[in-house]
Design a protein around this ligand. Sequence first.
Ligand code: SAM
Length: 260
Amino acid sequence: MGTLFIIATPIGNLGDISSRAIETLRQADTIACEDTRHTIKLLNHFGIHKPLTSYHEFNEEEKAAELVRKIETGTNVALVSDAGTPGVSDPGYRLVRLCRQRAITVVAIPGASAAVTALSASGLPSNEFMFVGFLPSKKSARHGKLNALKNLPCTMVFYEAPHRISQTLEDLQQILGDREVCIARELTKIHEEYLFGKLSDVKGQVKPLGEFVIVAAGGVEQVEESVDLSALSRKEAIKVIAERLHVSRNDLYDLLFKKE
Ligand code: SAM
């Protein structure tokens, strides 16, 4: 029986790989990676020459079964992702789960992850935090997710791509309110940058280039006062409900009173 090794790789600076990660990659029989063209560069840099096989979000299920069969016949498989820790907003979980179900030994070789790197340098409380990862791309789903998070009292960590960073910061301000954030860009790379302050102050300073982690302060848990709707006019009631649900008054009015 072989072993599955989960190996963290750098998120930018190649100096951040651990000597144990390099040693384990050297000793593995096969390396499963997201993009072979990407991982080959990392391996060449360290003079490691091993068979590579691709394991990514589109072939995860079948590939996990195939890798498990290999491990069961004695192959030691190392799993890496394009950057950082496999399984953190990256493929990995299905393979690990299958190994656990088959009582295969799983060994994690820890290292960089953008979420923890940004959190540790954010200046926001880190004793308790929520890793959110990427928000959904569709507006209604993003707003729904942010509404669900808005009263969480702990720090929150988001991943974001450059083409969506401005919109996401707008959405955060609109739904979570004007709270403190630390926006970490291009961590461990030449253009590494942190912007710290209220969303309204920092959102205009962000260059939409590179990779981003947004660390946002937790909200103050608010117990919303109950409202006696019978004491309000229809117009007032619609105003209160629309504000609480973050929907437009017109949409709510149409939904309730427009004939189908
Ligand atoms: N598994 C990785 C980890 O452990 O951090 C995360 C992979 S996820 C597909 C990629 C996202 O992580 C990027 O879009 C960005 O939000 C964040 N990220 C990765 N590297 C980063 C870096 N050097 N600086 C800032 N954010 C980074």
